[in-house]
Ligand binder design. Sequence first.
Ligand code: KDG
Ligand code: MG
Length: 406
Amino acid sequence: MAPVRIAEARVIVCSPDRNFVTLKLTTDDGTVGWGDGTLNGRELAVASYLTDHLSPLLVGREAGRIEDTWQYLYRGAYWRGGPVGMTALGAVDTALWDIKAKRAGVPLYELLGGRSRDGIRVYGHATGATIPDTVADTRRLMEAGFSAIRIQTDTPGTQGAYGVSVPGQVYDPSAGGHLPQETVWHTPSYLRHTPTLFEAVREELGWELDLLHDVHHRLSPREAAQLGRSVERFNPFWLEDPTPAEDQTAYRYIRAQTTAPLATGEVLNSIWGVQTLITERLVDYVRATVVHAGGVTHLRRIFDLAHLYGVRTGSHGATDLSPVSLAAALHLDLAIPNFGIQEYMAHTALTDRVFPHGYRFADGYLHPADEPGLGVHLDEDLAAHHPYERAYLPVARLRDGTVHDW
Ligand code: KDG
Ligand code: MG
């Protein structure tokens, strides 16, 4: 195949119900590649990193040299890494893989080694203000075909629990305005309440379903161990982010105290951020993503390391990851040997119209598009009707006003 060069790099920021940053790379033979560069609450920093710092380096480069471009933009930058830089690099890398697969005339998973499975098992999100509401929502998802469901509920004694949606709306914690919303967190109430949620779901819906729960970084290692022990008997599929993710060694303590399976990594963006977790087998699932962990090239490297140590994958897939990165995740999920599960929250109808895509959900599984490339596009005219709107994720405080992990 004759080499082509990148002729244009354009960043599109739009807000079809929420903000997304998308990179469009066009080669001199007219092939277009799409990359997601969305970093919730810090979108414009990635847009500027791409427009002001990376795009000038990309124009004129050979589009097919993906690994070399990755190394050039990572090792070649003295100030490397971090969520903004790795998200920008992820957007470039994803767009280059899209181009390579389109030029080869195959869906991306074919270039990653081909299918290792028939479909990608996903978990959905059940939420509710009360435990009966969450049980009802879990039942709704079971009836929709999900065999794995994350359960979250409001906790009496806290204000603005993580993961609980406004009834009838897609869960999205970010909110518009000049300042982030503030929530009130109280660990003792949460530790008392959460096991009763697991108990109610098991009593009402039985033991076939895989149940997941996201602690969202709020506990100390000792508290996390207590939670793990108190839900072990309900056979959880995983407890996610029990403690702040950047402290890898906290997991040594938790692991020694509980057999509850552990998952982490959605906020970690490089192989060095998960190295100890994987090589010491401190977690069961690694949740890094294409968009925040440097694209398909780097995430594949993380997943291969995880494979060596028997750790499986469970990539982050909240709605602040655009359909472009969800599509990329599906191709990688389909190809790797150590796939575990993929998070899936459907986007809003408007987001889906702005990002037409060929992936589809059936019977608890997602299937990537079979067209060449990622199988996702951006309708630039429609996107232009939905410009960026300032929005932040919430901030958590304890009852005495101390800032806590959200
Ligand atoms: O931007 C933050 C969200 O993506 C995050 O809060 C969602 O924790 C999350 C999850 O597991 O989906
Ligand atoms: Mg999470």
